[in-house]
Write a protein that binds this ligand. Structure first.
Ligand code: ZN
Ligand code: ZN
Length: 145
């Protein structure tokens, strides 16, 4: 420990799924691989450091079956026109599909505010609080040694 960790850098399976726009099932396949980074927290939910996950993901070989013009190929780093178009289209559909229902237990969390774009009062408050904490951590880090 001892390393300063940004709240945004701590991710669950759900957060990883959001980031890569995958299903939880798909992320669980990653997580179950022996090579996947060790969680910083075991138990429920398991949590990882985002930079570890990104590094692992970037090191994975591109699957044979992911062709150009697909979101998955884009996720593997291809930025050709076809792949970019596929990614943009899928991202738009994804955002349109993401709506928290009124009884969703995630209301009032920074996750709902940021990743689900919910702007109800409890979510706005949670988003503002997370930003405030983020800023004060930055200030601590920048402060006198
Ligand atoms: Zn491509
Ligand atoms: Zn909400």
């Amino acid at each position: 420990m001892g390393r300063m960790v940004d709240l945004d850098d701590i991710v669950s399976v759900d957060d990883i799924a959001k980031r890569y726009e995958l299903t939880r099932q798909a992320v669980n396949l990653w997580v179950n691989k022996k090579t996947f980074p060790t969680p910083i927290r075991q138990g429920h939910p398991r949590l990882w450091l985002l930079p570890d996950v990104v590094e692992w993901r970037d090191a994975q070989p591109v699957p044979q079956r992911s062709r150009h013009g697909t979101r998955s190929r884009y996720n593997y780093g291809c930025r050709c026109d076809e792949c970019r178009t596929a990614a943009t289209n899928q991202h738009r559909e994804y955002l349109e599909s993401v709506v928290l229902t009124p009884d969703d237990p995630r209301h009032g969390t920074a996750n709902a505010y940021r990743n689900y774009r919910c702007r109800c009062a409890p979510c706005k408050a949670a988003g503002a609080e997370a930003n405030r904490i983020g800023r004060s951590r930055l200030a601590e880090r920048a402060g006198p040694a």
